[in-house]
Ligand binder design. Sequence first.
Ligand code: UDP
Ligand code: MG
Length: 318
Amino acid sequence: MLDLVIVVPCYNEEEVLPETTRQLTGILEELSVRGTIGSGRLLYVDDGSRDRTWELVCGYAASDRRVGGLKLAHNAGHQQALWAGLEWAAGHASAAVSIDADLQDNVHSIVDMVEAWRDGADIVYGVRRERKTDTFFKRHTAQMFYRLMKGLGGEVVYNHADFRLMSRRALQALMAFPERNLFLRGMVPALGFRTAKVFYDRKERWAGESKYPLGKMVSFALDGITSFSVRPLRYIVMLGLLFILISVVAIVYGVVVYCQGNTIPGWTSLLVSVWFIGGSILMALGIIGEYVGKIYKEVKRRPRYFVEAEAGTAEDQE
Ligand code: UDP
Ligand code: MG
């Protein structure tokens, strides 16, 4: 059994991988020199990259027994890739830290996380102190997202992404979640257990480009909301009730105007309300559709990912 696995999902990360490997194996080294951990492993999960990511991982695994990798058969997405790594860790280690490949998170925080875990925490969240290096747009949309989540009753840790440590106990609890729509930031706080936070400053990407373009970001946010809040559905019901009330007023008004014999001038308001109501119905249907889509995905019970190849993950290396 390993003491610690550092899980790193990678999608086309050939540019950063050498530096990431250098820094993260450095951290493992530091931890074992200090005697905090006995054995550690750096586990890359190649999320169906189309560049040389997997060749690099195999190379590192061959020359360094602390490095291993899983290669997913296709691009399953960041959350699924992370899950694949965590699932491996749940079976092989006492704790796992997840971190992005791009070195935007402070790797030295891992040392603090391990310390907090040694002090009894089951989940240690890495929390960004500020977002100076993010673009104005990303900073503000992210803030809006956290507020919206909170307003909808979602349990998310403010300014925490997927940089966290989980103990074996917490990992195994997480693995009991059957859903296919993964939004780990919302699922992990729902586990409970003893938690701690480690604060750090977020940096620029070491190299390469963000693998989260705007479209993916928006769909991730939508997934996050609809994955664990059904309140939007309730708001639709409320909106519907409001419209019924408005239409009662409109009917009374219409009858009164009709009795006065001036029906033609009502055309404008009628036209406007037809559009307004049409739009609201479409929106409501759309929101319901989001949830129906989720149910569809869940009932299919499809596997989350397939592992195509492994490197440096054998038991005898532990
Ligand atoms: N990633 C992945 N699969 C994907 C997209 C991204 O495994 O389909 C990984 C990526 O390699 C990185 C992490 O997820 O390690 C976060 O991605 P990125 O840094 O591009 O996102 P950002 O920091 O811009 O939100
Ligand atoms: Mg990044």
